[in-house]
Design a protein around this ligand. Structure first.
Ligand code: G6P
Length: 481
């Protein structure tokens, strides 16, 4: 049975968080993520609904309206949180899709839970969507939803966007359920990725795992009368205007100055802001900073590194281990290089609101983004958007999606500690003129390619493709040896 909504977004998390007000009552408030901002105008215009998990185990609340969006909560039991979310999503797929930085765990029970929960999301989405509505499924937690939805509702236009990398086939091939994942994604009309390389990896996986004729981002399904699926890149972005404006408010500017004062007015402030995740290369950047202090390339008294590490997935074993590792390194650096008057590393295991983040960005001379693998890395784009003063230098890992767009950042291989150290020194000593020229180019890029443009471009491409569902001839491409 068809529902009322012309646009349905399906994501692991709802776009709102439950908050407790001063008077003790609870309410829903929009979460800080960019996806919500990107989709809010379209959701309001198109009569949108959002299907997602409310973030804690147990029975789901009834559907409700929040900030103009219909929210349809999905319930997950304690066991499903362990097996579908912490297990298969974040203990199997997350490390597998991020270059096996840590070893993925393969458990059949986790997989069964993933299938069961994906079916629940698909069923709820099918109930909400109007006749021939557009359904946009988000991210690796829900890769089976497109196919399940198509079986339930062949009339729908289905898009999928993968926010994280899609790995090369040689790595993806480890997954015991690789063919089922490909089948799941191919339920969509359009499968979107961050980088062209991710789309190419996916197309190749369709050939290698399923023997499908696929080339130039078009995969033909002969079993479905030649239905064609399109795979392409749509690099995600941020709400440039909102952050740039926020960073220009007097409150944020004053707070940035206060942060520098509280740090003891060092000559250089370096900054890292990440979820505490092993993909982010936090130990690598700490090691580089530690060696720079030890070699006296940077004087401990002249520099402070602020590392914000937002708590994340805290019950997953590899995250527990990472936290211990990071805290040992921070303790060692501070034990060796801090004085009563000056601390070398300010490590903050908290999350902050957007005003405080904007102030931190403004206070930082050098932003360190040293991810070992990252689908995009929106922090890099946020730093640039906040720097309306056209100051500050971005040091950016080559292994982020953002590196494809940010030729004017100082690109680094975070595994190359000597190279990273040299780049940090270069960033610290860069002339204001050169830094300004680079920052202007980076800002222009994000301003012209903001998250609103990302959402519109994806939805237009989906409508063009699904609207016609054209069957073009596709060669059966031979995979090069
Ligand atoms: C990445 C993923 C998102 C996820 C976010 C936070 O950005 O692509 O799907 O929501 O991390 O992780 P969490 O596990 O807390 O939802």
């Amino acid at each position: 049975m068809a529902g009322d909504y012309d646009l349905v977004v399906v994501a692991n998390r709802l776009p709102v968080d439950r908050v407790t007000e001063a008077d003790g009552t609870t309410a829903w408030r929009r979460s800080p993520g960019g996806l919500v901002t990107a989709l809010e105008p379209v959701m309001q215009r198109e009569d949108g609904a959002w299907v997602g998990w409310a973030g804690s185990p147990g029975d789901p609340p009834e559907p409700f309206d929040a900030e103009g969006v219909r929210c349809v909560p999905i319930g997950l039991s304690e066991t499903e949180v362990e097996e579908y979310y912490e297990g298969f999503s974040n203990g199997t797929l997350w490390p597998l899709y991020h270059d096996v930085i840590v070893a993925p765990d393969y458990h059949r029970r986790w997989w069964e839970s993933y299938v069961r929960v994906n079916r629940r999301f698909a069923e709820r989405a099918a109930e909400q969507a109007a006749e021939r509505a557009t359904v946009w499924v988000q991210d690796y937690q829900l890769q089976l939803v497109p196919q399940m939805l198509r079986e339930l509702r062949p009339d729908l236009h289905i898009g999928f966007f993968n926010h994280i990398p899609f790995p090369p086939f040689e790595i993806f091939a480890q997954l015991p359920w690789r063919a089922a994942i490909i089948d799941g994604l191919l339920g969509a009309d359009l499968v979107g990725f961050q980088r062209a390389a991710d789309a190419a990896n996916f197309t190749r996986a369709c050939r290698r795992a399923k023997g499908l004729p696929a080339r130039s981002g078009r995969i033909r399904l002969d079993a479905e009368g030649g239905r064609e699926v399109r795979a392409a890149s749509f690099p995600i972005s941020i709400d440039f205007r909102a952050l740039s404006d926020l960073a220009q408010t007097e409150g944020v500017k004053a707070r940035a100055a206060e942060i520098r004062r509280d740090l003891g007015d060092p000559q250089f402030v370096l900054l890292g802001i990440d979820r505490l995740d092993y993909t982010k290369g936090i130990p690598h950047r700490l090691k580089a900073f530690e060696e720079l202090l030890a070699d006296e390339k940077v004087q401990a008294s002249e520099a402070a590194l602020v590392q914000v590490a937002t708590p994340s997935r805290e019950r997953v074993e590899q995250y527990v281990q990472l936290r211990q590792d990071v805290e040992v390194i921070v303790g060692r650096i501070n034990g060796t290089h801090s004085t009563i008057a000056h601390r070398a590393v300010h490590y903050l295991h908290h999350s902050y609101d957007k005003e405080e983040m904007a102030a931190l960005f403004l206070a930082a001379d050098v932003m360190l983004v040293t991810a070992l693998r990252d689908g995009m890395n929106l922090v890099a784009k946020e730093y640039v958007a906040a720097r309306h003063d056209e100051r500050g230098v971005l040091v950016l890992s080559e292994f982020t999606g953002a590196a494809d767009e940010f030729g004017q950042a100082l690109l680094v291989n975070p595994h190359d500690i000597d190279g990273l150290k040299e780049t940090v020194v270069r960033a610290l000593r860069m002339s204001p003129r050169e830094a300004g020229r680079r920052m202007r180019a980076l800002r222009r890029r994000v301003q012209e390619h903001d998250v609103q443009r990302w959402a519109t471009t994806f939805l237009q491409a989906l409508e063009e493709h699904a609207g016609t569902r054209g069957i073009e001839s596709v060669d059966r491409a031979e995979d090069p040896a």
